[in-house]
Design a binder for this molecule. Structure first.
Ligand code: GLU
Length: 326
């Protein structure tokens, strides 16, 4: 598929997906974080970023929603950038837990590993690794600066969301201290958890997520700013983590059906990466039981199915796949 074909076909499929799913019911806003329960449920946006920096957008792609678990992706990359992929593998791991994102049981079962930086335990552990250790402000600046480099634009914490999440994150507090018990947190547990909570409370738009996905897809080089944000060899590592655990306990079903490595967040965002081809994102607040946006999943399934964008398809044979019917 040539670039122009891809662009036209992608935009057409995005528009179709938006029309097809915008009126659909199903799912419910996350409510264990009170702020998220009040985000308008009918918001729905789809955006994609191509190698030349073109950003395609349909629907509510400028609305700032809580990035939530999608933030685990940039922090995992930053940890690999600051240390190395091998050190993140040693200190955190890369195994899917097969359990919910905030599982305490997963930590007990794998007591020598938080298991992957893309579930809560591993993400809190990754925040604890970020340099400069022992310096909350310095760590925060490093994380925000990195996210902005990936998006090519500024981001800010949604204060109300941060407050709401900080007042209710009892489960995550237990995770942080359990990690301490197993020697798997590398800075102060309360401070590491606070950094994690703050990064989850960052407001992001679907367009920004698409550019972040594009920067990952194109080897750490931001297609808009043309800046090198991270080392190219980290793309396969982060994409493999997204593929193996991006949808928590539903990841296998998702990957089997779509072949799209992606990461979801309980704010309703999903960010997908087809290395070398496209970064794509969708946002709609109502979630399924595992915490993944229903409409965003349907939209991404439809678009990638229609274009045959499946990382497991033989190169050059990207044909629309029947398994992608929604
Ligand atoms: N901040 C949320 C939590 O820790 C993120 C969960 C998610 O998006 O999966 O519970």
């Amino acid at each position: 598929m040539t670039h122009n074909n891809l662009k036209d076909e992608l935009l057409a499929a995005m528009k179709e997906a938006h029309t097809r799913f915008s009126g659909s019911e199903g799912g419910k806003n996350a409510d264990y974080i009170p702020f998220l329960a009040n985000v308008p449920s009918d918001l729905f946006g789809i955006a994609a970023c191509l190698p030349d920096g073109d950003v395609l957008a349909v629907g509510d792609t400028d609305y700032r929603f809580g990035i939530e678990s999608v933030s685990k992706v940039p922090t995992a990359i930053l940890a690999m950038e600051q240390y190395s992929a091998g050190e993140v593998l040693d200190r955190i791991g890369a195994d899917a837990t097969g359990l919910p994102f905030n599982s305490i049981m997963a930590i007990l079962l794998e007591n020598d590993h938080p298991s992957t930086p893309l579930v809560n335990a591993g993400a809190i552990s990754a925040c604890s690794m970020i340099k400069p250790t022992g310096d909350a402000d310095g760590k925060w600046k490093a994380i925000v600066g990195f996210i902005e480099g990936l998006c090519g634009s500024g981001v800010e914490v949604i204060d109300e969301l941060y407050k709401s999440e900080s007042e209710t994150n009892f489960n995550n507090k237990s995770i942080a201290w359990l990690l301490k018990n197993y020697g798997r947190i590398y800075d102060d547990p309360d401070m590491s958890l606070d950094i994690y909570t703050r990064q989850c409370s960052i407001g992001i738009t679907a367009k920004q997520l698409a550019v972040m996905a594009g920067t990952i897809a194109f080897g750490g080089s931001n297609p808009i700013t043309c800046k090198h944000v991270f080392k190219p060899h980290l793309t396969p590592h982060i994409v493999s983590l997204m593929a193996t655990v991006g949808f928590y306990e539903n990841t296998g079903d998702w990957l089997f059906t779509t072949g799209l490595p992606a990461k979801s967040g309980v704010g309703g965002g999903i960010m997908g990466v087809i290395p070398g081809v496209v970064g794509i994102a969708a946002f709609a607040p109502p979630l399924d039981k595992a915490g993944n946006s229903v409409k965003a999943q349907n939209a991404l399934k439809y678009i990638t199915g229609k274009l045959g964008l499946n990382i497991f398809a033989p190169a050059g044979a990207r044909q629309p796949v029947k398994a992608a019917k929604v």
